[in-house]
Write a protein that binds this ligand. Structure first.
Ligand SMILES: Nc1ncnc2c1ncn2[C@@H]1O[C@H](COP(=O)(O)OP(=O)(O)OP(=O)(O)O)[C@@H](O)[C@H]1O
Length: 495
C-alpha cells in the first residue's frame, strides 16, 4: 500500500482528518427483499437480496466489491435511499447519525452505472442544465453558474470536448470515458460531500479507469465521502481504496481497511500467490476458487461460511459496537422527518429550463418529426383520394362520410399512440433526474406537452385534417360559397 495514505476504518485514530469534513454513513442490519409480480399478483417467494448487512463508511474512498449479482448495486441503492423502501424489511441508514431524509438524499450525488445524459446536447450544455436546475438562482448568478461549469470541465479534463455533443444513435459523440466524466460532472455541480457511484469504471479502458479513480481519490482527499461499487480493479486502482466492503450472495464477507483485507484472509488460511492482484484474489476467495488451508468452502455452498466468519470476527464486532452507539444517539435525537423536497428552483423556472432542453432536443433530432410529417401527408393524400369529392346526394353522402370519419379517427388515434414511446425512451433519464432533485414530476410532463406533444402530434393532425378536408369536400365548400349559402348559414358574418 502507498506509504503516505491514510489508514482507514479499522484504526479510528487515523481518519480524524476526514471525519471533521465529509459525512459518515452508517447502516445496520439491512435486509432487503424483492417480490416478483405479474399483473399485480405475487410470483414465487421473496428474493433476499441483502441479508443482515451492516457497515460504516467514512470520508475517503469506500469501495464495494463482489462478483456479479452479489448485491453491490442493491447495497449502494439502499444506502443512497434510491431503492423502493417497501423492500427494506429491516435496517437503518444514518448519515452523521441522522436518518436519511429527502433533503439528505438531494444533498448527496448518485452517478448511475449507465450514463444518463441527453445525447443531443453538448457536454457543456448538459452540465449547464444541471447547474441551472440545481443551483439556487438567488445564490448563483448566470455568470457564477458558467464559471462553476467551466471549473468542473477543467477539473474533469473535459475542456477539449466541452462543445462536442454526447451522441445518440444518429450522432457520433464523445468517448465512453468522456461520457462517464460528464455524468460525474453533472453530479458535482452541487459540490456534494457524499458521492455514490455505481461501477464508475465499467466499460472504460484501464488507463481511463485509473485516471477516473485518481480523480475520485483527489476529491476524497478534499473531504468528500466517495462510495462506489467496482468490478475487477487493477492494482493501481485498488491501492487507492481506503475502505473495502466485500459482498457475496447479498452478505458482507469483509468490511474494513482495504490494506488490512489481505491479512484478514490470510488469517482465514487463504494465501495470495506472488504477483497476483489482491482484487482478483478476493474474487477468487468469494467464488470458492482460492482454497483455504483451515476452512472448507465450495462454490455452491448454500450457507455463506465467509459471511459467518466475518460476523464472528473482532472487526465486525467493533463495527457493530460503534453502530450501536450511533443508533442510540440517533434514537435520542428522534426520528428524522421526511419533509417534502425543497427544490433549488421555482416551478416556472424549472418549466422554462426543461422546455428549452426539450425543444432543443427535438430541433437537433428532427428525423422522427420529418418521418411523421411525411407519413401524415401520404396517408392524408390516400384517404383524400379514396373519398375524393364526396357526393351530396343521399344515401351515398352519409355512407361515404361515415367511412371517411372512420379513417380520420383511426389515423388520429394510431398517430398519437407513438406519444407513449416518448415517455418510454426518456423513462430512465426522467427517473434519474427527478430522484436527484432536478425538477418536479409535473414540470417534466408539462414540458413534454408544451414542447413535444403539441408541436409533434397536434401539428401533423392539423396538416392531415386540412389535406383530407379539402380533397373530400372541397366541391361542397365551393358550392356553398358560389351559391352564397354560406352567408345564410353564418348570419353573424353579415350582421
Ligand atoms: N428488481 C429486481 N428484481 C429481481 N431481482 C433483482 C432485482 N434487483 C436485483 N435483483 C437481484 O439481486 C441480486 C443482486 O443484484 P445487484 O444488481 O445488486 O448485483 P450486483 O452485484 O450489482 O451485480 P452486477 O455487478 O452484475 O451489477 C441479483 O441476483 C439480481 O438478479
Amino acid at each position: 500500500m502507498s506509504k503516505g495514505k491514510v489508514n482507514f476504518c479499522s484504526n479510528e485514530d487515523n481518519f480524524q482528518d476526514f471525519q471533521e469534513q465529509g459525512p459518515t454513513l452508517s447502516f445496520s442490519n439491512l435486509h432487503y427483499c424483492i417480490q416478483q409480480t405479474r399483473l399485480c399478483f405475487k410470483i414465487g417467494p421473496e428474493k433476499h437480496i441483502l441479508k443482515d448487512v451492516s457497515g460504516i463508511m467514512r470520508p475517503g474512498m469506500n469501495a464495494i466489491m463482489g462478483a456479479t449479482g452479489s448485491g453491490k448495486t442493491s447495497l449502494l441503492d439502499v444506502v443512497a435511499g434510491r431503492k423502493d423502501p417497501a423492500g427494506l424489511r429491516q435496517g437503518k441508514v444514518l448519515v452523521n447519525g441522522k436518518a436519511v431524509t429527502s433533503e439528505l438524499r438531494l444533498s448527496s450525488a448518485y452517478v448511475v452505472q449507465d450514463d444518463i445524459l441527453m445525447g443531443t446536447l453538448s457536454v457543456r450544455e448538459n452540465l449547464l442544465f444541471s447547474a441551472n436546475l440545481r443551483l439556487n438562482p438567488k445564490q448563483y448568478s448566470t455568470m457564477d453558474k458558467h464559471s462553476k461549469v467551466n471549473a468542473i470541465l477543467q477539473d474533469l479534463g473535459l475542456t477539449d470536448c466541452a462543445n462536442t455533443k454526447i451522441g445518440t444513435e444518429f450522432i457520433r459523440g464523445v468517448s465512453g470515458g468522456e461520457r462517464k466524466r460528464c455524468s460525474i460532472g453533472m453530479e458535482l455541480i452541487t459540490s456534494p460531500s457524499l458521492l455514490f457511484l455505481d461501477e464508475p469504471t465499467t466499460g472504460l479502458d484501464s488507463n481511463t479507469a485509473n485516471s477516473l479513480i485518481k480523480l475520485l481519490h483527489d476529491m476524497s482527499r478534499r473531504g468528500k465521502t466517495v462510495i462506489f461499487s467496482i468490478h475487477q480493479p487493477r492494482y493501481s486502482i485498488f491501492k487507492q481504496f481506503d475502505h473495502l466492503t466485500l459482498m457475496h450472495k447479498g452478505e458482507v464477507v469483509y468490511a474494513g481497511a482495504a490494506d488490512h483485507a489481505l491479512e484478514y484472509f490470510s488469517d482465514l488460511g487463504y494465501q495470495i500467490e506472488s504477483f497476483n492482484n489482491p482484487a482478483d484474489f478476493f474474487m477468487d476467495v468469494t467464488n470458492g476458487e482460492a482454497k483455504s488451508t483451515i476452512m472448507s468452502i465450495s462454490a455452491d455452498d448454500s450457507q455463506n461460511p465467509l459471511a459467518s466468519r466475518y460476523r464472528q470476527s473482532s472487526l465486525c464486532q467493533r463495527v457493530l459496537e460503534e453502530l450501536g452507539r450511533l443508533n442510540l444517539s440517533s434514537a435520542e435525537r428522534g426520528k428524522g422527518q421526511d419533509e417534502p423536497v425543497d427544490y433549488a428552483t421555482s416551478f416556472l423556472y424549472q418549466l422554462r429550463v426543461v422546455c428549452g432542453r426539450t425543444v432543443r432536443n427535438s430541433l437537433r433530432n428532427p428525423q422522427t418529426s420529418y418521418a411523421q410529417l411525411a407519413l401524415t401527408i401520404t396517408f392524408a393524400l390516400l384517404v383524400g383520394l379514396i373519398y375524393y369529392q364526396m357526393p351530396l346526394s343521399l344515401p351515398e353522402a352519409i355512407q361515404n362520410r361515415s367511412g371517411a370519419f372512420f379513417f380520420l379517427i383511426i389515423n388520429m388515434v394510431f398517430a398519437n399512440l407513438s406519444a407513449v414511446e416518448l415517455f418510454i425512451n426518456e423513462r430512465v433519464i426522467f427517473i434519474h433526474e427527478n430522484s436527484s432533485g432536478y425538477y418536479r414530476t409535473s414540470v417534466y410532463f408539462l414540458s413534454k406537452i408544451f414542447a413535444d406533444l403539441i408541436p409533434n402530434r397536434v401539428i401533423p393532425i392539423i396538416v392531415f385534417s386540412c389535406i383530407t378536408y379539402f380533397m373530400m369536400v372541397w366541391q361542397e365548400w365551393a358550392w356553398l360559397s358560389s351559391s352564397r349559402q354560406v352567408f345564410r348559414h353564418l348570419p353573424w358574418l353579415t350582421s
